[in-house]
Design a protein around this ligand. Structure first.
Ligand SMILES: NC(=O)c1ccc[n+]([C@@H]2O[C@H](COP(=O)([O-])OP(=O)(O)OC[C@H]3O[C@@H](n4cnc5c(N)ncnc54)[C@H](O)[C@@H]3O)[C@@H](O)[C@H]2O)c1
Length: 256
């Protein structure tokens, strides 16, 4: 499905980004793994090579323009171009507006929104091949909130708006831009959150899973599959789409 494609996957050391890197490699793409976590990023690269694929790791802090510009350029130079960008870098922080420190607000915006902007900004110049795809990772929290996620929910709403702007701005260049909005996905981020709020992580995952009509949280591979589809020519007429991957969470009212 992705034979001959060159993909840059951010946040690919762990969680959804790692699953996207492995999934796209399994469909034939070569992968630039971009993340700030070098040890885990090199593990993703090794696992791609083990399954018969090709990948390189670039260490980058997604908040820093010079680092992102050089990461994008080095991946495009190494493989000879760029067709796909999958933006997954993100952090979760908790608090309402009164309780969120200003530096925490800025951190969430910089990691979640600025990194998506920066990778997209520098990738577009390498994507002038009339058949490119950018897929941003937002969240159900762009549309429906819970208490105490003021900064995170705002950042995810911004990613939806950015996706729509980019889809319009770059359609004439043949760059499709779409967005996935996952519900709860079993990743290190979700397990970190579970540790904060429940006596046991497994119990939290079961409880959160039960809130989803499909009765469980997602595996990262299930989100990666949708991202890989959006990256491929199979989605050649899809741009500006905001796609829930949420086990039905967003369609459920809070009453039975
Ligand atoms: N897990 C969920 O339930 C869930 C639900 C909806 C949306 N999302 C979104 O999916 C994306 C991936 O989440 P995840 O659960 O896989 O998270 P994760 O914490 O498991 O993985 C995030 C990756 O991003 C990297 N990263 C963080 N800050 C960085 C920075 N400044 N520069 C470079 N790399 C950085 C981390 O090293 C890590 O490898 C995020 O945008 C998140 O908001 C996750």
């Amino acid at each position: 499905m992705l034979q001959g494609k060159i993909a840059l996957v951010t946040g690919a050391s762990a969680g959804i980004g790692r699953a996207v890197a492995l999934k796209m490699a399994s469909y034939g793409a070569v992968i630039g793994v971009a993340d700030r976590d070098e040890a885990l990023g090199l593990q993703t690269v090794q696992d791609i090579i083990k399954q018969g694929g090709e990948a390189i790791f670039v260490k980058v802090d997604g908040r820093v323009p010079e680092q992102v510009q050089s990461a994008v350029a080095s991946i495009a130079e190494h493989f000879g171009g760029l067709h796909i960008l999958s933006n997954n870098i993100g952090i979760q922080r908790y608090g309402n507006v009164a309780g969120t420190e200003v530096d925490v607000w800025d951190e969430v915006m910089e990691v979640n929104v600025r990194s998506t902007f920066l990778f997209s900004k520098y990738a577009v110049a390498h994507m002038q091949n009339k058949s490119a795809s950018i897929i941003n990772t937002s969240s159900v929290q762009a549309f429906s909130s819970q208490q105490g996620v003021a900064a995170y929910a705002t950042s995810k709403g911004a990613i939806v708006s950015l996706t729509k702007s980019m889809a319009l701005d770059h359609a004439s260049e043949g760059i499709r831009v779409n967005c996935v909005c996952p519900g709860s996905v079993d990743t290190p981020m979700l397990r970190w959150a579970a540790e904060k709020f429940a006596p046991s992580v497994e119990e939290a995952l079961i409880n959160w899973g039960n809130k989803h009509p499909l009765g469980r949280v997602a595996k990262a591979e299930e989100v990666a599959e949708v991202i890989a589809f959006l990256a491929s020519e199979k989605a050649s007429f899809v741009t500006g789409a905001i796609i829930p991957v949420d086990g039905g969470l967003l369609v459920k009212l809070g009453v039975d």
